[in-house]
Design a protein around this ligand. Structure first.
Ligand code: ZN
Length: 175
């Protein structure tokens, strides 16, 4: 796991004076989401008129959902961010840990639940922390030291050697 230097922008929990750039980005964001909503509405209308199209669309969504599930990340790979939105609400968002800030993770604006899902530009953010601690690297255990023979074992071995000695000597004298 490589180290990422997480960035902050302002202090989300402190009062924030909206800048000209914030107003501009908010306006662009609203226009984009209105445009996207129109596309969706048109598509829904077309699907209503054409059941085959609706079925294709349903399958495409299912495939996409399956793909998303396969990308599911472990908790320690998810960074939590405290984000201040244009509307003034504070929300928490999550992004893959490799992103140094939520904006580069592709989150330029968010739907604010408290504003009935209205799209709101991010004006300040700070990292909270990973969703879970990364797992500790497991150091392989050294193999156990060879077991020392017990006294009884040594005595047995000595006795066996003595017996063998005895046998050989007897063989020599007789042979
Ligand atoms: Zn809001």
């Amino acid at each position: 796991m490589h180290e990422v230097e997480y960035k902050s922008s302002g202090v989300p929990l402190e009062t924030y004076e909206l800048a000209r750039g914030d107003h501009r980005r908010q306006k662009q964001g609203e226009e984009t989401s209105q445009w996207a909503q129109r596309q969706i509405d048109e598509d829904i209308a077309k699907c209503r008129a054409d059941p085959a199209r609706a079925e294709r669309r349903r399958q495409a969504f299912e495939e996409a959902a399956k793909l998303m599930r396969s990308f599911k990340k472990a908790d320690h790979e998810i960074m939590r961010w405290r984000i201040r939105l244009y509307c003034g609400h504070i929300v928490e968002k999550q992004a893959h840990y490799t992103y140094a800030d939520p904006v580069s993770a592709g989150v330029g604006s968010e739907r604010c639940d408290e504003c009935k899902g209205k799209q709101s530009t991010i004006v300040a953010f700070e990292p909270i922390g990973l969703r879970a601690e990364p797992p500790k690297l497991t150091v392989p255990m050294p193999p156990p030291p060879p077991k020392k023979p017990t006294r009884a074992e040594l005595e047995r071995r000595v006795k066996a050697l003595e017996e063998e000695n005895e046998r050989l000597r007897a063989k020599l004298t007789t042979g």
